[in-house]
Design a protein around this ligand. Structure first.
Ligand code: NAD
Length: 340
């Protein structure tokens, strides 16, 4: 027979859901709210967008929040909401949250680091999880390691799909080998329209030859649409500056120059243009060279492959935080924990 919790206190700590906030309520933020609605171990209690925020200790209703955001442009119009030009700061001060998923655009490339600085300066304590993509963006956080630890924040970086699920899979697959020769991440993303994921698409455009983050950020929606018209809605990306490399290097798996990331994004079709996978090539202790391949199911969306791991890492982060482990950690160092 399985062990049962006996004391009321024990039962309360097991049952009390983790209170979760989501910063950014675009494509990923809205998907995050939907994912959380199916979880018993987590409760979605707070969110912020560019123009406002909402919080409710009893939980927010995803359908109503999404409908309000899509029709009026901000969560601030909800009954539980407030319109604000300093929505993140206000939410940090007001919401009682165990952990936040940062589903914000990293535009400019220093934006997320500036948000993290806000958390540190505010005296807030808890868990932060991001799905940031660029190596140079993660490097800015590395410099904040000591400040995060002193602030008693447990921060997990690179916890989406790539970096995230695929980086973690690479770190796991590496265990068969004595030396890692090459890690190749290839993603296929299909979305019905680019407007549902504006920041994701702008940040991907920034990797195209002739573009950078500032140029992509400055593009109007009409200019993005015109560029996508020229490519039939497809973005083909090679040798991207993706933080999987620095995260795997820091986790001691291999030097960063052995990690490559590329992929194809179809902005006009939810069907993936190719199967997302990671290939880990290495040499075993017997001298055999081989390749492990981990492939995601084609039916799984980008949103499922980002939000699932993000909350798995948030749960792991909450357990670390409760044990007094603070500072910066990554998807390549910590195993995500499945959220029921
Ligand atoms: P989006 O453009 O759809 O939405 C962004 C949201 O952030 C909006 O709600 C906007 O109002 C809000 N916002 C912007 N500035 C703000 C501010 N100053 N204060 C408060 N809220 C603000 O974004 P998206 O397409 O969902 O992407 C979010 C991030 O996720 C991007 O940085 C993207 O690169 C990243 N991403 C990572 C992965 C991965 O696998 N690691 C995959 C997809 C996307």
């Amino acid at each position: 027979m399985k062990a049962q919790a006996t004391s009321r206190g024990q039962r309360a700590t097991m049952i009390e859901p983790i209170k979760v906030g989501v910063l950014g309520f675009g494509g990923l933020g809205q998907a995050a709210a939907r994912v959380l609605a199916q979880k018993q171990q987590m409760r979605w209690v707070a969110a912020a967008d560019h123009k406002g925020y909402a919080c409710a200790a009893a939980g927010l209703a995803p359908d109503r929040a999404i409908a309000t955001y899509q029709s009026q442009g901000s969560l601030g119009y909800l009954q539980e909401g407030t319109l604000s030009h300093s929505s993140i700061q206000d939410l940090i001060e007001q919401a009682r949250v165990d952990g936040f998923f940062l589903a914000l655009p990293n535009l400019p490339n220093t934006f997320m680091a500036s948000v993290v600085r806000q958390f540190i300066n505010s005296g807030w304590q808890g868990v932060l999880v991001d799905a940031m993509k660029r190596t140079s963006a993660v490097e800015q956080l590395l410099e904040m390691q000591a400040d995060l630890a002193a602030a008693k924040i447990t921060y997990l970086t690179g916890c989406g799909a790539t970096p995230g699920l695929l980086t973690a899979a690479a770190a796991l697959a590496a265990q068969s080998y004595a030396e890692i020769l090459r890690i190749e991440i290839t993603f296929g993303v299909g979305i019905a329209n680019w407007e549902a994921y504006r920041a994701t698409i702008r940040e991907d455009i920034a990797h195209l030859p002739g573009y950078d983050v500032e140029r992509a950020r400055a593009m109007t929606d009409a200019e993005v649409a015109a560029l996508l018209d020229q490519t039939n809605g497809l973005l083909a990306l090679e040798n991207m500056e993706h933080a999987d490399d620095v995260l795997l290097e820091l986790a001691g798996v291999c030097p960063r120059d052995r990690v490559t990331v590329g992929g194809v994004v179809d902005t006009r079709n939810p069907k993936k243009p190719l199967s997302t996978h990671v290939k880990v090539r290495g040499q075993t202790f017997e001298g055999k060279v081989s390749t492990h391949t981990f492939t995601l199911g084609d039916e799984t969306s980008m949103a499922a492959n980002v939000c699932g791991p993000a909350f798995g890492y948030l749960k792991a982060g909450v357990n670390l935080h409760r044990r007094g482990i603070y500072g910066l950690l990554s998807s390549a160092e910590v195993m995500p924990q499945f959220v029921q």
